[in-house]
Design a protein. Sequence first.
Lengths: 336, 379
Amino acid sequence: MTDTHIALAHGNGGRLMRELIDEVFARCLDSPSLDTRVDAAPVPGPADDCELCVSTDGFTVQPLEYPGGDIGSLAVHGTVNDLAVSGATPTVLTVNAFVEEGLEIALLERLVHSMGQAARSAGVAIVAGDTKVLRRGEGGGVYFATTGLGVRARASDLGPHRIEAGDVLLISGPVGDHGAAVMLAREQFGLRGDVRSDAASVLGLTQALLDLDGLRFMRDPTRGGLATVVHEITATSRHGARLRETDIPVREPVSSVCEMLGYDPYYLACEGRVLAVLSPADADVALERWHAIPGGEQARKIGVTTTESPRVILETAIGGERYLEELEDDPLPRIC
Amino acid sequence: MKRDSGELALSYLERIRSLELRSRTKVMNVCGGHERTITQAGLRNVLPDGVELIPGPGCPVCICPEEDIYHAIQIARQPRVILAAFGDMLRVPVNAPKREPRSLEQAKAAGADVRPIASPLEAKRLATESPDRDVVFFAAGFETTMAPVAAMLAEGVPANLWLLLSGRLTWPAVAMLLESGRPGFDALIAPGHVATVMGPEEWEFVSRDHALPTAIAGFEPASLLAATYAVLRQLVDGECRLVNCYPQAVRNGGNARARQILTRCFDIVAADWRGIGTIPASGFALNDHFAAHDARARESWMTDPAARKRAGEMPPGCDCARVVLGRIYPNECQLYGRACTPRHPIGPCMVSDEGACRVWWAGGIRESVTTERPAAKAV
C-alpha cells in the first residue's frame, strides 16, 4: 500500500478498499483458505452433496433509520444477501452489537425489532450474539456485525471464472435507491424526496435461478453500486463489458436527486438487488422467472460481456460511449 | 437519462448533424455540471468532427486562489477553531513548506479540527452547538453557492460563526476572456444554475458586445444538445443572440429574492482567480453590516504576506490555469494521469468533482495527449 494512514475512502468499495483488503488483511492473515474475492466462503458440509458457506459483514450506516429501512434490518439483509448470491440458503446468523453510551433505548428497541422481523421473513434464525457498549463519542449510536451460515449444493459452481464473452448481464430492479435514500435522510442536503431504500432479502431472486446451467455469477451491488460490481466482473474475468444506459432502470426521483447533487446512480448502493450473469441461452428464462416474483418485476437485461479489453463501457442514450471506472475516493456518506 | 429526454437528445443531435458548418467551431461551457454531463453522456463522440466542446472557467474549487486555501489552513491550526469547508476544498494542495500542512486534509490529519460540510446551514449548526469555539466557514463558490450563504447570514448567525469568503461571479471571467483579444471559442453555453439565480440577462453581453452566439443550458444531455444546436445554428445563419434552452428553471430577472439577499449581504469587489489573476468586480465580500463575522478582518488570524504569496505559486508543470481558461484540454497537461491523478492531485482541476481534469478522469480518459488537438474522444 502506498498510503500511510486510513482514509474514509478505504471503505468505499473501490480501488483503495481492494488494496486495503489485499495488502493488509489477506497478506497479514496469511490464511490459505481465505479468498477475499468471494462473498461467502465454503466450509466442509454436513452431507456429501452440500457444503456450508460462511459470510460476515459490519454495518455503520448513518442515519440509523431512513425511508425504507434501518441499520437493524440492513444488518440481516446484508449478510443474508451475501450468502444468497453465493448460491447458498442462509440458516443461522450471529449478531454483534456495538452500542454507544447515551443511545436512546427506545431507538435501539426499534432497530433490534426490525432486525428480528427481517430475520424471520428471510427464514433465518439468529442463534448467538454479543453486546459491547462504547464510550460516548466512540461510535455512531450503534454498529452491528453479523455472521451468517448457509448451505449450498456441492455441485454449485458460481464465480467470475465461469463468465464467457457474450454472456448477458441482468439486474433485478432499479439501481441506486438505497444510496439515494440514505443521502436524502441525512439532513444536511435540506432535500426531501420520494426515495426509499430498496433494502430487502434477495433470497427469492437468487434461488429462482440456481437450477439454470447457464447461471455464471451473482452479486448484490452494495457499496460502489452497479458500476463497481461490473468493474469487478471485468477485472476478474478479463472480459470487457458493455452496458446500455437506456436499459438500466433508475427511478425518476433517484435520477433527479443524482442530477441535483451531482452523483452518478450507477455508483450508488443497492441493498435489495441482484446482478446476475447468464449464458445467452438461459438469460431469457432467468428474466421471465424474475418478472414473476416479488422484487423482480422491473428486472432488465442491461448489457453483455465482450472480447474487448477488460473495461466497462456504457453506451449512452445518445449513442455516445464512456468508461465506468473504479471509484477513486469517497464523495458519499456511509451507507452500509 | 429519462427515456423521453433521450429521444429529444437524439432529435437535436440529428439537427446538429444536418447543419453545414463552414469551419471548425469551438463551443465553450463555463460550468462543471455541464462538463460532467458532456463527458458522461459521451457528447464529444457523437458530435460532428468539426465541433469542439471546451470546458472553461466553471469550477469554483479550481479558481479559488491558493492564498485563500493557505489562509484557511492557517486559521484551522489556531486554537479553539473549527474550520468548516465544502468537501472538495479539503484536498486542494497549496505551495507550503514541507514541514507544514499543504492542504486542509493534511491539517486535519495533523490535528486541526476541519469539518467537511455540504450546506451552509451545517456551519451555522456547528457554531450553535459549539458556543465555546470559533467556527470558521471557508465559503468558496459561485453565485449558486453564495445565495444560500447569504440566506444563512440574512437569517441571523451566532457571534462565534466567522466567514472566510471566497465567492466569485461567473460572467466576469467570460468577459475577461472575451476582452483578452483571443477568447479561444466561437460560441458560449451559459450556466443554467447561475442563470436561474441571477437571470439570463447577465449573459446578453456575450452576443451583444462580442458577437458570439450564446445559449443557456440545463444539465440533461438533451438540454446541452439543444443549446449546442442553438449556437451552431446561429453561426450557420450568421445570427447572434442569447437563447434560453433551460426555460423550466431560468426566468427573466432570475430569482429576485436570492439576488436581493446577495445584495443585502455582499459587496462586489475585484478578486483574484487562481492562475488567472485579478478580475475587476468579480468577487463577493462581506459588507459592513457583517464585518463582525469576517475572518479576514480578525487580526490574530492574519497571515504573513510573503508566505501567502509563496502559497499562491502554481506547482511546476501544472497547467490548471490553461485548462480553466479553455486554452488546452485536460489531457493536454503534461502532468495529467502521470504525476497528477485524483489520488495524488497536483492541481485543483484534478480534485473537485466539478474540475475538468477530474471529470475527464472519471469519464475514463486515461491517455495524456501532449501533441495537438483534437484530444477529446473518450473511447
